[in-house]
Design a protein around this ligand. Structure first.
Ligand SMILES: Cc1cc2nc3c(=O)[nH]c(=O)nc-3n(C[C@H](O)[C@H](O)[C@H](O)COP(=O)(O)OP(=O)(O)OC[C@H]3O[C@@H](n4cnc5c(N)ncnc54)[C@H](O)[C@@H]3O)c2cc1C
Ligand code: SF4
Length: 544
């Protein structure tokens, strides 16, 4: 199938790019053929976020969005709180100490999945072809090495590699330009970074794992638009923090992010979140409520200094595939959208000039002049400072650099990052943290949690969690790190079980995978390669 632009990924970046392309074509009075591929069973099915969204990019994309039908930006932020937690206490950090650009004034709290569903309806109304349930499995290249498009994976192939009666071949989608909008740690984007050496001149990307639950809470405790961020307890050997967003319909979205640069191999991010919920203030908020959804997704933490080269012959990385998240604001939606719009503008100009398959230098140039780059520049030292000096001193120092930027004093240094997978220490050098036993009311185990993510994969299909060397988990990771995949995976996919003869065996329950990408990031020897399973497989998040 031939298109002008093929977009891989129906998140905020991909959908904004599609809408912007159609808008420009309409303004110019010409046609442009655009399609969006989405591996989830529907748009939004794989989207997991907070979210408190800054509508800055939305105002640029759809200036009259407030008058448009069905938009989900119905709960403006009414109160903005930051708590520093100890085991049983909390101190509210005075809002006045926050640099003005950290403000949530004018932002909305919502389900990002529902936001994407709405953006998709707008895009379809403009003639964008959207294919949910289609995972782009392979990048296609022209003979000169430029990107030609993508191929979706075939369906109906068994574990043994043989065709089943349900076999359907994959499709090739060719385009003048292909945008990769796969979100954090996209597996094709990872390949493209390697092939075109896109990250040769930037710092390595670093990540966090965000674990989220949606709760129906008692009506008298619900304060729509109340936004709370927490730092401090319970994390000891790691950095990160929690969020509590009072959203529409009596629900609160709660989540916990653990930065993946941690050294203690005994840490289990899922358990950190369960422990965080036992804090008296959070436990009280959730008491009498019911957990209705669960999920997890990695998040980019590298920021400004980890943004790779954005364009290459025939394509571009947009959104979190490149990595535009503002870490102290925990916001990447508006920057993802704007990057998609900038790429769209460059691609439209190129197609209108009759060009194809070349490098969209206009996109890179637009980013270099954009508010996205400037926003990321101001907060670029937060993550390295907190990692180096710890939560308290690091936050103070990072706050000082942000205030300096707010006062127009440009910091003359940019600190670097170290890859997350190189950080783990040996198991005997660290104590296992204490975690609560699940009570099934406030705290849960991983399997009952995954059940709430509605995750489903066809069981008889080739593995989508590919071990480069099957011996490494037991022969290398187990003796050194007690095989950390057992703990960092938020879906209980990886287990070490004793075989009858007493030998340990590494088991992969791939059907439980919620596509968070943590294993692809944190495995110490980068032995796990996450590739797309059959399209439509994975979580089915309702409103995450
Ligand atoms: C826990 C957590 C909390 C967050 N909180 C906030 C917040 O409060 N505010 C905020 O602004 N941002 C927040 N973010 C960040 C925000 O969610 C991201 O910045 C944003 O979603 C990035 O958009 P994207 O379009 O680049 O990628 P995504 O939203 O990840 O979308 C990518 C899409 O591409 C699809 N896809 C991937 N690979 C393929 C493939 N090969 N073929 C087909 N489809 C594919 C995926 O299924 C997905 O639907 C949070 C993130 C997390 C994890
Ligand atoms: S297997 Fe990997 S991608 Fe899947 S849920 Fe576990 S850590 Fe995430």
């Amino acid at each position: 199938m031939e298109y002008d632009v093929v977009i891989v990924g129906g998140g905020p970046a991909g959908l904004s790019a599609a809408i912007r392309l159609k808008q420009m074509a309409e303004e110019a009075g010409r046609e442009i053929e655009v399609c969006v591929l989405e591996k989830g069973s529907e748009i939004g099915a794989h989207i997991l976020s907070g979210a408190v969204v800054d509508p800055k990019a939305l105002y640029e994309l759809l200036p009259d969005w407030e008058e448009m039908d069905g938009h989900p930006l119905t709960v403006p932020v009414e109160s903005d709180n930051h708590w520093v937690l100890t085991k049983s206490g909390k101190t509210s950090f005075p809002h006045i100490f926050m640099p003005p650009f950290m403000d949530n004034d004018g932002c909305y709290t919502l389900s990002l999945g529902n936001f994407c569903r709405w953006l998709a309806s707008v895009a379809e109304g403009m003639g964008v072809e959207i294919f949910p349930g289609f995972a782009a499995a392979e990048v296609l290249f022209h003979e000169d090495g430029s990107v030609k498009g993508v191929a979706t994976g075939a369906t109906g192939i068994g574990k043994d590699g043989e065709k089943k009666p349900s076999y359907e071949p994959g499709m090739e989608l060719h385009a003048k330009y292909t945008f990769f909008a796969e979100g954090v740690r996209g597996h094709l984007s990872k390949e493209l970074k390697r092939i075109f050496e896109l990250d040769r001149d930037c710092e390595p990307q670093v990540y966090g794992i965000g674990i989220k639950e949606l709760w129906d809470i008692e009506p008298e405790k619900h304060e729509p638009g109340c936004v709370i961020h927490t730092q401090g307890w319970p994390l000891e050997d790691a950095n990160g923090g929690g969020f509590i967003y009072h959203q529409a319909d009596g629900q609160v979205a709660i989540g916990y992010v653990v930065w993946l640069g941690y050294k203690n191999p005994h840490i289990a991010p899922f358990q950190e979140m369960q422990k965080w919920k036992t804090h008296p203030v959070i436990a009280e908020l959730l008491k009498g409520g019911k957990r209705v959804s669960y999920g997890a997704r990695a998040i980019n933490d590298g920021g400004y200094q980890s943004v790779p080269k954005l364009a290459f012959p025939g394509g571009a990385l947009i959104g979190c595939s490149a990595g535009f998240l503002n870490v102290p604001r925990i916001k990447g939606t508006h920057t993802a959208m704007k990057s998609g719009m900038m790429a769209a503008e460059a691609a439209f100009a190129a197609v209108a000039e009759g060009r194809q398959s070349d490098e969209l230098t206009g996109y890179q140039a637009a980013y270099d002049e954009s508010w996205v780059k400037e926003e990321l520049r101001k907060v670029r030292n937060t993550v390295p400072l907190v990692k180096k000096f710890g939560d308290l001193l690091g936050t103070i120092l990072s706050g000082a650099t942000m205030w300096a930027e707010a006062l127009k004093i440009k910091m003359p240094f940019t600190l670097g990052h170290k890859p997350d997978h190189e950080q783990l220490g040996r198991k005997e050098h660290f104590y296992p943290p204490e975690y609560p036993k699940p009570d099934g009311v406030l705290t849960f185990d991983r399997l009952s949690s995954v059940f709430l993510s509605n995750t489903n994969h066809e069981e008889d299909q080739p593995p989508h969690l590919v071990l480069k060397d099957p011996a490494i988990p037991i022969e290398h990771n187990l003796p050194l790190y007690d095989e950390p995949a057992q703990r960092y995976c938020p879906a209980g996919v990886y287990e070490v079980v004793e075989e009858e003869e007493g030998n340990p065996k590494f088991v992969i329950n791939a059907q439980n995978c919620v596509h968070c990408k943590t294993c692809d990031i944190k495995d110490p020897t980068q032995n796990i390669n996450w590739v797309v399973p059959e399209g439509g497989g994975g979580p089915n998040y309702p409103n995450m």
